[in-house]
Design a protein around this ligand. Structure first.
Ligand code: ATR
Length: 277
């Protein structure tokens, strides 16, 4: 039986084992998929041990996506472009191939729920690994992205990674708030890619950004509404979504990399919502 695992810290909350179990059942594939807790600074040892002892593929989550990128022998184009990876696969001669399926998974979900169009003007909150992983597919699709982050320097560093790509800019939170408060700009879609929801917090953005036509998406997923989406609703948003659709879509692209077959994600999302949320 092929062995898979998700590595992260924290990892208890991860829904990936459930999702991959549903995929395997849908497609009649026998596989094992576990959660593995990784102490900080032990990522390389633990992942290498897993692959040396029969591991076939892995998902990587917070905060190891950059470490995962660094251990890859080969990368897909999506992996190269994003600079962080969430999917690993063992290929010939025990080499590790890395891919990033977060961005394509997010784009697929946003399209399915009609939250995005080719010219969407997107405000991206956050400049960590999660933000980095989703930028390229959205730009490639035709969108314009403004990044804002609690720590301005981190968003400038992120911009450097994408320095040859048009349609991305960075603004300080104070500047964004100023522009929004003066009603000088309207965003079509706001994506929360910060890890603030994990701690029950909300990014410090002016509530004037919210209007009844803006789409609000939180990459985070929890069985109850996320603090960010609760805040959006409170300020008049009508169209909100958490990251469960993206979680399932990105998992499906990982599954495809490992098995060469794509699950029916619409059915899995229905089943997941019915049984697990
Ligand atoms: P991830 O891989 O989930 O992106 P990360 O690389 O640690 O994790 O990045 C976390 C992101 O969430 C960062 O953009 C962080 O902002 P800073 O660069 O200022 O650290 C952001 N973040 C975390 N907690 C936050 C909070 N309470 N309010 C606003 N932003 C927050």
């Amino acid at each position: 039986m092929k062995m898979f695992a998700i590595f992260g810290n924290p990892i208890k909350h991860s829904k990936s084992p459930i999702i991959h179990k549903l995929f395997a059942k849908q497609l009649n594939i026998l596989q094992q998929y576990k959660k593995i807790y990784v102490p900080i600074n032990k990522f390389n040892n633990i992942v290498n041990y897993f692959f040396k002892h029969g591991g076939f593929g892995a998902n990587i989550t917070i905060p190891f996506k950059k470490d995962a990128y660094d251990i890859c022998d080969f990368l897909t184009e999506r992996g190269i472009k994003s600079g962080v990876v969430n999917t690993l696969k063992i290929i010939e001669n025990n080499k590790i191939l890395g891919d990033n399926t977060d961005g394509i998974g997010l784009l697929k979900d946003l399209q399915k729920i009609n939250f995005i169009h080719k010219n969407s003007n997107i405000l991206l909150l956050g400049a960590g690994g999660a933000a980095k992983g989703i930028i390229y597919p959205l730009i490639n699709f035709g969108c314009k992205i403004t990044i804002t982050n609690r720590t301005y320097k981190n968003s400038c560093n992120l911009l450097k990674h994408f320095n040859n790509i048009k349609h991305i800019d960075v603004l300080k939170i104070e500047d964004i708030n100023n522009i929004i408060n003066k009603k000088k700009i309207n965003y079509d879609l706001i994506i929360n890619a910060t890890s603030s929801s994990i701690k029950g917090e909300i990014p410090n953005i002016s509530s004037n950004i919210i209007h009844s036509n803006i789409f609000c998406y939180d990459l985070f997923y929890d069985s109850s509404i996320t603090p960010f989406l609760k805040w959006c609703l409170h300020h008049g948003a009508k169209k909100i979504s958490d990251g469960i659709g993206m979680l399932i879509e990105q998992a499906a692209y990982s599954f495809f990399l490992w098995h060469g077959i794509m699950p029916n994600t619409t059915l899995i999302l229905k089943e997941f919502k019915k049984k697990y949320s």
